[in-house]
Write a protein of this length. Structure first.
Length: 244
């Protein structure tokens, strides 16, 4: 993880060009995940008749989370976990630096942002996977309900529902952090996640990426979607026939 403490000279015209940090797959992942979470929430609120759409949004979340985990190992520089996840000591030093007013800019995620990424991925993964085994105790069951008993299904359904509120709380903190970063650091993280670029005073020339490895990402996403489709279509029928 590379930081840029300060810039003492005004950049030349060439140096003023924004530098690419976030690859296209990461940006597509981010905004598709936002849309999938909103879609899952809306279809859940609309009632049991929209359950199948809720499930499809759940599938999308699962594929996206799995993709991001894989991309964290084979993706571009700032997408890889080793490049942005810090240990507790480094994260604490960063927090103390913020309190003391030290402005340290990171090309990719800062330490707190890194742990937010990990937390959201873990929570969303658990929530989406638990939904595969759930049921609404009325008409609908998850696609993998046949693997578990009704009692286990109800426990996973409870986890699925409760975890959603924790995820929303974490998402709210994430949004507030983006706003605070813009207000106090004048860093437009939203723009960066749309365009993939950051100003040169935040990204050293050696830190910029030159390729998004898009075709590699497409192959990974297709493989994960295909694997999930196979698991779902080969799941056993529910042993409990009380829902039919």
């Amino acid at each position: 993880m590379t930081t840029i403490e300060s810039v003492t000279q005004a950049p030349t015209d060439a140096e003023a060009e924004p530098r690419k940090v976030w690859d296209l797959p990461v940006r597509v992942f981010h905004w598709t995940l936002v849309a999938a979470i909103i879609g899952a929430f809306v279809t859940n609120r609309l009632g049991v008749s929209y359950f199948k759409y809720h499930v499809w949004f759940g599938y999308t979340v699962i594929v996206l989370v799995l993709f991001r985990i894989v991309w964290g190992f084979i993706g571009t520089r700032h997408a890889q976990f080793w490049n942005f996840i810090c240990g507790p000591a480094a994260t604490l030093r960063y927090m103390l630096g913020l309190i003391r007013g030290h402005k340290i800019r990171y090309a990719g995620h800062n330490p707190l942002g890194a742990w937010m990424v990990v937390t959201l991925l873990a929570a969303l993964g658990i929530q989406a996977f638990s939904g595969l085994f759930g049921n609404d105790e009325i008409f609908n069951v998850g696609p993998l309900y046949g693997y578990v008993s009704k009692e286990v299904s109800l426990q996973l359904t409870s986890l699925h529902r409760k975890l959603f509120y924790w995820i929303m709380a974490a998402a709210a903190i994430h949004i507030l952090a983006v706003i605070a970063h813009y207000v106090f650091e004048r860093g437009n993280l939203l723009h960066a996640m749309i365009t993939g670029h950051k100003p040169p005073d935040s990204v050293a020339e050696t830190e910029a990426i030159v390729s998004s490895r898009t075709w590699r990402a497409v192959l990974v996403a297709l493989a994960l979607a295909g694997a999930l489709a196979w698991v779902v279509t080969h799941a056993p029928a529910p042993l409990d026939d009380s829902f039919y």
